[in-house]
Ligand binder design. Structure first.
Ligand code: NAP
Length: 280
């Protein structure tokens, strides 16, 4: 049996589903506003990839490439205009922002209805009450991979290692919403090896190369690797690839969770469009 979860393939399947749904829309298509401040090289690549994905799916993009010295109030004014622009369905502010701009304040000012990253506290609160429409992209990508590989989440012991606001915490909430029994581990967690050995599903999102080792897991565990690290110039995850021998399913890095993130962002654009047009 092939144990490797093919994130690229699943992402492509979902993209085709989204493409068809967008093609079926009569009249104005969804529109995403992408805001970038400065010219950080990695951010430019991310923005380019997002534009490419939008173009393929039929989502219109409006790019706002602002200079590095843009004032916080200027950025907030633009966000306000985009919030009020009926032709814009989603707003994405590429992070990180320059240090003179308060990132939290900017994200808080994006309308929750247009928050395609799912970072707004309103949407996180909706997730906590299991009623979110716009959910953060990497976490929902992880859940989608589990579902599309028919992993039964209900009643399972799920361990999430990492508790960041954008990855670990939302994943824990989503697994709880799927009726898993969830444990969230972090740097202050004691006896992590004990927890990893009890887990049926482990999601690792810490940013430590090859952290999870075979001796820490039980036979048949499902492993989802969110980590993206560079080791000797090569991309690798937080899970040691030799864990494949004990796992029943495992995501590779690259080609696992990574391709899902941008796809879930596209899905959120469509969801935001539907919400704003009373189509949900
Ligand atoms: P982050 O904000 O740095 O958070 C890391 C979390 O991991 C923290 O909660 C930290 O615990 C915990 N942690 C760190 N070392 C640990 C250890 N040795 N044992 C237990 N817990 C530990 O990182 P992030 O933004 O969540 O990202 C995590 C990883 O996912 C990174 O490699 C990032 O590049 C990757 N990522 C990938 C995608 C994708 O699309 N594939 C998207 C986003 C992020 P404390 O809270 O106690 O400090």
């Amino acid at each position: 049996m092939n144990k490797i979860i093919n994130g690229t393939q699943i992402a492509n399947t979902i993209k085709e589903e989204i493409k068809q749904e967008i093609e079926a829309i009569e009249g104005k298509k969804p529109c995403l506003a992408v805001v970038m401040v400065g010219n950080d090289e990695a951010s430019s690549i991310y923005v380019k990839n997002k534009n490419k994905a939008c173009e393929y799916l039929g989502i219109k993009t409006d790019n706002y490439l602002l200079p590095q010295d843009t004032k916080e109030e200027e950025l907030l004014k633009l966000i306000d205009e985009l919030n009020n622009d009926k032709d814009v369905n989603g707003i994405l502010v590429q992070l990180p922002l320059p240090s003179h701009i308060d990132e939290k304040k900017v994200l808080l000012n994006i309308s929750p209805l247009k928050d395609v990253d799912g970072f707004h506290p309103y949407n996180l609160g909706m997730l906590a009450t299991n009623s979110a429409s716009l959910k953060s992209c990497t976490p929902s990508g992880c859940i989608e991979l589990l579902k599309r590989y028919n992993v039964d989440i209900k009643g399972k012991n799920a361990l999430v290692i990492g508790r960041s606001n954008i990855v670990g915490k939302p994943i824990s909430m989503m697994l709880l919403n799927e009726d898993a029994t969830v444990t969230t581990a972090h740097t202050k967690t004691q006896n992590l090896d004990y927890l990893t050995k009890q887990a049926d599903i482990i999601i690792v999102a810490i940013g430590v190369a090859n952290f999870l080792k075979p001796h820490m897991i039980k036979e048949g565990v499902v492993l989802i690797d969110v980590g993206m690290n560079r080791l000797d110039g090569k991309l690798c995850g937080d899970i040691d690839s030799s864990c494949i021998d004990k796992a029943s399913l495992i995501t590779p890095v690259p080609g696992g969770v990574g391709p899902m993130t941008i796809t879930m962002l596209m899905k959120n654009c469509l969801t935001a469009y539907r919400m704003q047009n009373n189509l949900l």
